[in-house]
Design a protein around this ligand. Structure first.
Ligand SMILES: Cc1ncc(COP(=O)(O)O)c(C=O)c1O
Length: 389
C-alpha cells in the first residue's frame, strides 16, 4: 500500500476462471496428459474461430515461428526481414537456420514495421518477411503482401499480440502465408505457455504438424489409441514442440471467452484514450483506420521535449504509486548480440531508437476494475503535470 492506500496494480494478471480449472481437472482425471483429444479440439475450435483451413497447436509462439520458417523452406544463408521493434523470438528463429535476420525500422507512430523501408533491405538472398503486429495493431498488410508478391517472398506473420485482430476486414490468421500466435501468460488468451500456427496450405500444415513431434509420421495420440498402431516412421529430425492436453484444456475454455476479453481490453484502451489523448507531454497510441486492434498492449510515448522526466524515472514514479508498467520493446539492434554480430548502430533505426527512449506500456487486461483504470489515468496525468517544463 502507498500513502493513498492503493493496492498494487500489476502490469498483468491472467484471467483464469472455474471453467479452465474444471477442464484441467477433467483432463488430469482422463488419463491422457500429453497431445491428444483436447489438443485436436483446440486446433479445430481455433481454426473455426479464425476462419482458416488449418491450425497447428504447439508449446509456444516461438515454436510456431520456427516451424513456419521450416515449412516454407528457409535455409542456411537465406535472409529474412524482421522488424527491430520486436521481442527476441522473432529474430532468433531465423538464426536457428543459420539464416540472417535483416532488421528494419518501424513507423514512428504505430511502431509497426515500416513498409516503405522494406525494399531497400531486400537482396538476392531474401526469402521471407516477418511482420509483427505490434501491440495487436495489424501492420499495413496490403503493402507488405504487394512487396512480397513482387519479390517472391513468403510472409510469416508474428501475431503473438494480434488475437483477435483484422486488417481491412480480413482476420489476422488468414492473411499471410502462415500466421503464428502466442498463448503466453500475458496474451489475450493463455495456456500458460503455448502457440498456434494457421495457414491455408495443407502441405505446410502437415509439415508443421510432423516437425512439431520429432518429424515422425504420426503423433502419440494416433499411436496409442485402440485404432492406432505401434508403427511410425521418422521423415526428418524434428523438434519436441507439441502442446499438452493439460494446456489445451485451458486454451479451449479461454478461446470461448476471447471476444469478451478483447472487448474488455478495447474498453480500457478507449478510456485511456479519452482521458489521456489531450494531455500535453504524452502521446497515446496511433490507430490506423480500417483495422481491428487486439489491444494486447497500450503503449504511450513521452513527449520528452515537454517533460523534465525520462522514461526510466517515469516508470519508477508509477511504481512508487503502486502501478506496474513495462517497456515493449528494447529494439533488437540495441541488444549486444545484434549490435556486435551485425554492426547495427542506433542511427540505422531512427524511429525505433527514438521511440525506445519514450515508450511505456500501461496495464491493460480484463481483470482491471473501473477503480484501477481511473487510478492509472489519474496517476499518469499527475506525473506528467508534475514534470512538465
Ligand atoms: C512479438 C512477439 N513474438 C513472439 C513471441 C514469442 O511467444 P512465446 O512466448 O509464446 O514463445 C512474443 C512473446 O511475448 C512476442 O511478444
Amino acid at each position: 500500500m502507498n500513502s493513498t492506500n492503493q493496492a498494487f496494480i500489476p502490469f498483468h494478471i491472467p484471467e483464469i476462471g472455474e471453467d479452465e480449472i474444471s477442464s484441467v481437472i477433467e483432463t488430469l482425471r482422463s488419463g491422457w496428459l500429453t497431445t491428444g483429444p483436447k489438443v485436436k479440439k483446440f486446433e479445430r475450435d481455433f481454426a473455426s474461430y479464425i476462419g482458416c483451413s488449418h491450425a497447428v497447436a504447439v508449446n509456444s509462439g516461438t515454436a510456431a515461428l520456427h516451424l513456419a520458417l521450416d515449412a516454407v523452406g528457409i535455409k542456411e544463408g537465406d535472409e529474412v526481414i524482421v522488424p527491430t521493434m520486436t521481442f527476441a523470438a522473432t529474430a532468433e528463429v531465423v538464426l536457428y537456420f543459420k539464416a540472417k535476420p535483416v532488421l528494419v525500422d518501424c513507423e514512428h507512430d504505430t511502431l509497426n514495421l515500416d513498409p516503405s523501408r522494406i525494399e531497400s533491405a531486400i537482396t538476392s538472398k531474401t526469402r521471407a518477411i516477418i511482420p509483427v503486429h505490434f501491440a495487436g495493431q495489424p501492420c499495413d498488410m496490403n503493402r507488405i503482401l504487394e512487396i512480397a508478391r513482387q519479390y517472391r517472398l513468403k510472409v510469416i506473420e508474428d501475431a503473438a499480440h494480434a488475437l483477435p485482430a483484422s486488417h481491412h476486414g480480413r482476420t489476422i490468421g488468414t492473411v499471410g502465408d502462415i500466421t503464428c500466435f502466442s498463448f503466453y501468460a500475458t496474451k489475450t488468451i493463455t495456456t500458460g505457455e503455448g502457440g498456434m500456427a494457421t495457414t491455408e496450405n495443407s502441405e505446410w500444415a502437415e509439415r508443421m504438424q510432423m516437425m512439431s513431434l520429432h518429424g515422425i509420421s504420426h503423433d502419440a495420440w494416433n499411436r496409442y489409441t485402440e485404432e492406432g498402431s505401434w508403427y511410425y516412421e521418422i521423415f526428418n529430425p524434428g523438434f519436441k514442440y507439441n502442446l499438452t492436453d493439460i494446456a489445451a484444456a485451458i486454451g479451449i475454455e479461454q478461446l470461448k471467452k476471447c471476444d469478451r476479453f478483447h472487448q474488455a481490453r478495447q474498453q480500457i484502451a478507449m478510456r485511456y484514450h479519452d482521458c489521456l489523448a489531450d494531455l500535453p507531454g504524452l502521446q497515446v497510441p496511433t490507430c490506423r483506420p480500417d483495422v481491428q486492434h487486439a489491444w494486447h498492449l497500450y503503449v504511450v510515448q513521452l513527449d520528452l521535449e515537454q517533460l523534465r522526466i525520462d522514461r526510466r524515472d517515469f516508470i519508477k514514479a508509477l511504481k512508487a504509486e503502486n502501478i506496474g508498467a513495462s517497456v515493449h520493446f528494447i529494439p533488437l539492434h540495441l541488444h549486444p548480440f545484434y549490435r556486435d554480430s551485425f554492426g547495427y548502430e542506433p542511427a540505422d533505426f531512427p524511429n525505433a531508437s527514438a521511440a525506445y527512449e519514450r515508450i511505456i506500456s500501461l496495464p491493460i487486461y480484463p481483470k482491471m476494475t473501473e477503480a484501477d483504470i481511473e487510478y492509472v489515468i489519474s496517476t499518469v496525468s499527475k506525473i506528467v503535470k508534475q514534470h512538465r517544463r
